[in-house]
Design a protein around this ligand. Sequence first.
Ligand SMILES: C[S@@+](CC[C@H](N)C(=O)[O-])C[C@H]1O[C@@H](n2cnc3c(N)ncnc32)[C@H](O)[C@@H]1O
Length: 207
Amino acid sequence: MKRKARQEFQAHGVRALLSRHPAVRRLKRERFPTQHGNRFWSSSWVLMDYLGRSGLPPACRVIDVGCGWGLAGIFCASRYGARVTAVDADPDVFPFLRLHAGVNRVDIATLRSDFTRITTRTLREVDYLIGADICFWDSLVRPIHNLILRALRAGVKGVLIADPGRSPFEAVGESVLSRREGEVLTWTTSRPRTMHGRILRLGDGFR
Ligand SMILES: C[S@@+](CC[C@H](N)C(=O)[O-])C[C@H]1O[C@@H](n2cnc3c(N)ncnc32)[C@H](O)[C@@H]1O
């Protein structure tokens, strides 16, 4: 008998629906994310693994920038009860995010915004800024550099940006670390499979 291909999996306590899942297929017929927000990316698992080790204070406020399908923020809400705002320039990612928030039984606020337009007022209401796989074009280096510095000036306690280690990410790391104290870590997760990544970490908010 032919075995049915799996439609979802779970890692780091987060349920993730695969493209063959009927609800994802339905959304993919109607919504077309254009800036790589068409699936979840490996750096979000690397980030979850790091956050699972470092911890977050209960009920802290997190902004997940370039959230895509939002799994990293969903992890923060589900594991730590964080109040999460997920931000993306592409509104077509939000139905996928809401689907995943629903199956993971968490509430996530969404905000459509470009990195350059996230206001200081929004950042003042946040404890942690996270992002996974958001530095993939050279043109994103300056906007992400500026966003991180704006966030720290606004009082954000900690920043974590995870990436496979592309050159724009390394450029953001270099430019931000020339202005602020922090580090770029190499991190590996074994779930849902072995994946390596780099994490830019700033601030003293992580345990
Ligand atoms: C490679 S995906 C990563 C999505 C998610 N963080 C993950 O790890 O699965 C990059 C995301 O950044 C968003 N994005 C790209 N440029 C952006 C910008 N200038 N401002 C805000 N979001 C942007 C895209 O729409 C996309 O959802």
